[in-house]
Design a protein around this ligand. Sequence first.
Ligand code: FE2
Length: 296
Amino acid sequence: MAIFVTGDTHGPQSMGRFSVDGFMGRLNTASFPEQKSLAKDDFVVICGDFGGVWDVDRLAVRESPNEKNALDWLDSKPFTTLFVPGNHENYDRLTGCRDEALIASWFFAKMPPEEKDKLRKGYPRIAWHGGFVRQIRPSVLMLESGWIFDIGGQACFAFGGARSHDIQDGILDPAQYPDESAFKKDYKIKKSGYIRVKGVSWWEQEMPSQEEMDRGRRALRAHLDAGGRIDFIFTHEAPALDAALMGFHETNALTLYLDEIRKTVPYGQWFYGHLHDNRKTAENRHLLYEQIIRIH
Ligand SMILES: [Fe+2]
């Protein structure tokens, strides 16, 4: 059993400033030849901003042809892909839309009720190796935040999410507009800046819920109280100390939560993405981007 880990992929192909390669560019056999000796009980962990579930379809809950092709390709690889969710993920499709105002708005007016029910649910949620995952494909799984997964005998704590940096000029919420033309008028004025659209290119679930944070605390406490050790931590966001070391001094509930874990939980190695670089911030904490490293 082998575990490899890498940073943000942002979808299947290179996306300009958002990604150097995409997961098809990074995990093909030429870029990642180690896979020749791997099997489905070997794992590649992506530290958030997977981006393979991204497109918005206002008529039905379905993968676009490009997405379907890319996810099938990933599922056909001789390893299992795991990812923690990042900030650039379509959470409504991954884990279900909780925004009833958006579902009821003009934005989804043409979506039939049975599709709206699917939109509320997301991909199937199944128990897996001590926690819960969203099953995108049999061997492409999103690790839900706040569980300790047993991956080949290694105790792996997973926690996704991050506050987006690229929203300086605001977030437009389609549900706040009476109709499409009112929305488009405002969008035209603002689109030259760093804006994102709720339910289209930004989702509020990018920041973890209190429930997820509490679940993580409980899981860690119970595991440590039982004499267990944490071998690996996989997150998208960096703990506050590491973010500050790299020039991001603004803290938020998630960076502080991860810093609490950094200070109170003994762990083997910690890997995170989000900041789009490959850096070692401590002997056992690593920011990863396009590198793929074997950790077990
Ligand atoms: Fe990213």
